[in-house]
Design a binder for this molecule. Structure first.
Ligand code: C5P
Length: 230
């Protein structure tokens, strides 16, 4: 059984403000995308396809060096970038994990747990952590309109794992809806699976799988790498 990984790495990283794609930001001497791929391979993935920002494919290939990964051209948004990579997976793929390059310090144990849960029969699996902050709903002027009960909420990370046929069906529906001019609001692949009626289950996430978005996140990642394995 082939376990494949898709790494959406085609974001421009504007919130990071480095003037280059976020996936090519460096933490402890290694790019985010190279670290993400290393974590996936250590977690037991056989095949990796990375979606690179259009025009930066060669830079991503160079960053990946000798690693066992194929680079494809990404798209304007994350859904499109994942779909482009999905087209490149070998036909023998049975399990697919989709993992943001930006979550470059995710421990391989989380990858293994997600793959294992898919292998055991779940069609869609996400790593989840408890929400620490109090959550409020706000109105247009920023005023609080409600306090949200956080007891039934989870913060969801990647890698998200799927039976290959499920991920293909979820993206196919998203493509058809977009083609018909309908908005597709899902911000992750599990959301697309939910949209076609698939039950998504959770496994424990890990705080080290946080997403590098801002300069503070990059500083945190650097500090974690410097501190060594926790
Ligand atoms: O922008 P954000 O941090 O939410 O992006 C999450 C992941 O999706 C990142 O790894 C980013 O590179 C990827 N992405 C992509 N194609 C886009 C936008 C984002 O592959 N057009």
């Amino acid at each position: 059984m082939t376990v494949a990984a898709i790494v959406p790495a085609a974001g421009r990283g504007e919130r990071l403000g480095l003037g280059r794609p976020k996936a090519l930001a460096v933490v402890g001497g290694q790019t985010l995308v190279a670290r993400a791929v290393d974590g996936l391979i250590e977690g037991g993935v056989d095949v990796v396809v990375v979606a690179a920002p259009p025009g930066d494919e060669d830079a991503v290939r160079e960053a990946l060096d000798h690693r066992r990964a194929t680079v494809v051209t990404g798209a304007d948004d994350r859904v499109g970038s994942v779909a482009a990579a999905l087209d490149m997976l070998p036909a023998t793929t049975e399990v697919v994990v989709v993992h943001d390059a930006a979550r470059c310090l995710c421990p391989p144990a989380v990858v293994r747990a997600v793959v294992e849960a898919v292998r055991s029969g779940h069609r869609a699996v996400v790593p989840a952590t408890a929400v620490a902050d109090t959550l409020k709903r706000t109105g247009p002027g920023g005023q609080v309109t409600a306090t949200v009960d956080r007891s039934g909420l989870a913060a969801v990370q990647t890698p998200q794992g799927f039976a290959a046929a499920t991920l293909r069906a979820a993206h196919e529906q998203a493509r058809v809806r977009r083609g018909a001019g309908e908005p597709v609001a899902a911000t992750d692949d599990a959301g697309l699976a939910e949209d076609i009626g698939v039950t998504v289950v959770t496994v424990p996430g890990d705080p080290r799988a946080f997403k590098v978005t801002t300069p503070l996140d990059l500083a945190m990642a650097e500090a974690l790498v410097t501190a060594g394995p926790a």
